[in-house]
Design a protein around this ligand. Structure first.
Ligand SMILES: Nc1ncnc2c1ncn2[C@@H]1O[C@H](COP(=O)(O)OP(=O)(O)OP(=O)(O)O)[C@@H](O)[C@H]1O
Ligand SMILES: [Mg+2]
Length: 233
């Protein structure tokens, strides 16, 4: 699915000082693209991802995902759209500690018409046989794989990843990126990944740079490399 942001502003007003986290942002992501959004801490990357994925609302502007205008949706419609169509992976895996691995993955299929079986999703992330284990029995990299399986189980049109390797060491982080690129290729899912790690941008089809709430550069990556070749920061 393609994404289009038109003149998007996000201003946080709950705080003492107003924060303009997104300032007049325009962005297009084409169906099947792998886009990395790069920028320093506080530049608005997570805010961009959250409003694009319908986890937060905009202050002004329009967000379309294909023909759906997210910014015209009410809370319930947005929740339904997000739950059925969009997958999310975060730095912290947000697994439920009282559920086993298969059950955690199944939470991602809630309300979805034709999801994968949890075992199938686990096979796709290289964790077959892990169904009955609990999160505390897994390494960070394995927990992140479970969270990716949970995002994938619904066959999402877009996968949003916010610093998916932020809590992992280089080797494990690169393995997770290899998995994401493999899944992107096999499933033709659109991927939007945000990170402050400049090395990661090298695996993208397109690199979007942010600074102080604005997109300051948007370019095709002509020298795409595989995750094991990137310089880690
Ligand atoms: N819920 C919120 N309330 C108030 N201000 C917020 C909120 N969320 C983010 N901000 C502010 O908006 C700006 C952008 O934050 P955001 O989290 O999008 O940055 P980021 O690029 O993801 O940073 P990091 O790399 O540290 O994750 C920052 O100044 C931040 O303090
Ligand atoms: Mg962030």
């Amino acid at each position: 699915m393609s994404i289009a942001l038109k003149s998007v502003w996000k201003i946080f007003t709950e705080t003492k000082v107003q924060v303009e986290a997104l300032k007049d942002v325009d962005l297009r992501v084409e169906t099947g693209e792998f886009v990395v959004v790069l920028g320093p801490s506080g530049s608005g990357k997570s805010t961009l991802l959250n409003v694009t994925g319908g986890l937060d609302t905009v202050s002004e502007g329009e967000i379309r995902i294909d023909e759906d205008i997210l910014t015209s949706y009410g809370e319930k419609e947005l929740l339904k759209f997000r739950r059925e169509r969009l997958g999310f992976v975060f730095q912290q895996y947000h697994l439920l500690s009282t559920l086993n691995v298969a059950e955690n993955v199944e939470t991602g299929a809630y309300g979805v018409k034709n999801p994968y079986e949890s075992g199938e999703a686990l096979r796709m992330v290289g964790l077959n046989g892990y169904e009955k284990k609990y999160p505390f029995e897994l390494s960070g990299g394995e927990q992140q794989r479970v969270s990716i399986a949970r995002a994938l189980v619904k066959k999402p049109s877009i996968l949003f990843c916010d610093e998916p390797t932020g809590a992992l060491d280089e080797k494990t982080g690169k393995a997770i990126l290899s998995l994401l690129t493999k899944l992107h290729k096999e499933l033709s899912t659109t991927v939007v990944l945000v990170t402050h790690n400049a090395g990661i941008a090298q695996i993208a089809d397109r690199i979007v740079r942010m600074n102080s709430g604005r997109i300051v550069e948007d370019s095709i990556n002509k020298q795409k490399v595989s995750p094991d070749e990137i310089a880690w920061h």
